[in-house]
Design a protein around this ligand. Structure first.
Ligand code: SF4
Length: 329
């Protein structure tokens, strides 16, 4: 059984974009692999953020993950900063990471040009990602296409460390590419993102889901009910692929191409299937929100499980790097 690691930013409640893009897949992976899932609060602080809001955003993300089906009996779920070995390994890996590779990362260049003063943490972000995965000697990392460059750097860091300190100690993690297509926001223009106000939350009530879907952007070629459309370029069709049964998806594509129905009919079917999927998740989230201590306990148990592995890795890394024994906290 492969060991799989993945992380998600503490952005508060999940929306359907990150549910279909990542978390739905995690709920499948936890049945097939040993999975370690982490709310990456240390990554979140490399961007401007509000410290007073971060604890609640972290807790809300944990509620979302458990409500969406991550099972603490199957998967290890915890908060990154609760396992300090992540930051320790991060530092140790900086000593073998080539600066030029960090500067070449597309995500760094994108984010850096949006900031007046670029913090070093933004540059070294991929090293912390490497530490997250290598700390558990994970062999599989579920990623989207946009993360492949970071994964390649992670593999490079593992190779360099292994070459210097220990043959084959860190496995080179492999990408578990998800075949889910990326969902755009309801405007059909940009990525689905809370800051852009173009999302459907996992916890939206049925009537709110319908209110948001009704005006959502579709194939612009369908100006009239009689105009045929192209589902392959319609964001709503991508959502159908995430929420509707296969037979419905086929039917949607046919009716779209032949103008067999209007976009509003199509959206109503989508809304019904989305509501059917999300209602049990929302119900579970409401129950968990009433018991924040239970959620904290689940996270603490997850951190303890993760830390048992992390400590073993760090002890061996320290030994191989020649750090004097006895310094461990
Ligand atoms: S019928 Fe459905 S898939 Fe086709 S353009 Fe309209 S909303 Fe999109």
């Amino acid at each position: 059984m492969a060991r799989v690691f993945s992380g998600i930013q503490p952005s508060g409640e999940l929306h359907i974009g990150n549910y279909l893009g990542a978390v739905q897949n995690w709920t499948r992976l936890q049945r097939e692999h040993e999975c370690i899932f982490c709310v990456v609060d240390l990554h979140a602080i490399t961007q401007p953020y509000e410290p007073a809001a971060l604890p609640q955003r972290t807790l809300d993300m944990a509620v979302s993950l458990f409500a969406a089906g991550l099972d603490p009996e199957r998967a290890t779920v915890f908060v990154q900063s609760h396992v300090p070995e992540h930051t320790e390994l991060n530092w140790l890996l900086t000593t073998v990471t080539p600066l030029g590779e960090l500067e070449r990362q597309t995500q760094f260049k994108d984010k850096a040009q949006r900031q007046e003063s670029v913090p070093a943490g933004l540059l070294s972000y991929p090293i912390l990602q490497a530490a997250d995965v290598l700390l558990y000697q994970a062999t599989g990392v579920p990623v989207g296409e946009d993360q492949l460059q970071h994964l390649e750097l992670m593999r490079e860091i593992a190779r360099r460390w292994n070459a210097r300190y220990g043959k084959d100690f860190f496995p080179e993690p492999q990408a578990l590419l998800t075949n889910t297509k990326r969902i755009l926001g309801l405007d059909g223009q940009a990525k689905m993102s809370k800051s852009l106000g173009n999302t459907i939350s996992l916890f939206d009530q049925p009537e709110v889901i319908w209110e948001k879907l009704r005006p959502a952007a579709t194939d612009p070629a369908r100006k009239l009910r009689t105009d045929p459309g192209n589902p392959d370029i319609c964001n709503l069709f991508t959502m159908h692929q995430g929420f509707s049964p296969a037979a419905t998806v086929q039917d949607v594509a046919l009716k779209c191409r032949t103008a067999g129905w209007g976009c509003l009919d199509c959206k109503r079917v989508l809304a019904d299937n989305m509501i059917a999927t999300l209602t049990p998740i929302r119900t579970q989230a409401v129950a968990l929100k009433l018991k924040p201590d239970r959620v904290r306990n689940m996270l603490q148990a997850g951190a303890e499980k993760a830390r048992a592995i992390a400590r073993r890795t760090i002890a061996e890394v320290r030994r191989r790097m020649g750090l004097l024994e006895g310094a461990e906290a």
